[in-house]
Design a protein around this ligand. Structure first.
Ligand code: AMP
Length: 113
């Protein structure tokens, strides 16, 4: 999609620290990490948010969840990590290409802020 930051990362037009790439999913380290592990997992195809992805391609949503597991295990946090999908500007979403934040490597409090 034109003017989408994460589509540009998928296309290789903007550099990213990619840790996993499959036929359908890319994972790369967040540019402003909020934890020792902070990786974004995204589908290569553009969907605005996790609701749209889940409704239109639930199998791909499953691939995203499994990519998050692989990323967490590769970083040694497979036993304790958080997978967050901010959905809508009011919930903190700032990039409107669905992405799961894989967070871990420190104590994560609940409820989140
Ligand atoms: P959200 O606020 O949930 O939409 O998350 C967007 C995330 O994208 C933020 O955590 C940003 O730090 C991250 N981000 C923005 N630009 C880049 C980039 N070029 N490479 C990696 N992460 C980015």
């Amino acid at each position: 999609m034109a003017d989408c930051l994460f589509c540009s990362i998928v296309a290789g037009d903007i550099p990213a620290d990619v840790v996993l790439s499959t036929d359908t999913v890319v994972a790369f380290r967040d540019i402003e990490p909020q934890a020792p592990t902070h990786v974004l997992v995204i589908p290569k195809v553009h969907y605005e948010n996790i609701g749209a992805l889940g409704a239109e391609d639930p199998a791909l949503a499953g691939h995203l969840a499994d990519a998050a597991r692989q990323v967490a295990e590769a970083d040694g946090i497979g036993d304790a990590y958080r997978l967050v999908f901010n959905t809508g500007a009011g919930a903190g979403q700032s990039v409107f290409h669905v992405h799961g934040h894989v967070l871990g490597g420190r104590d994560l409090t609940w409820p989140p802020g």
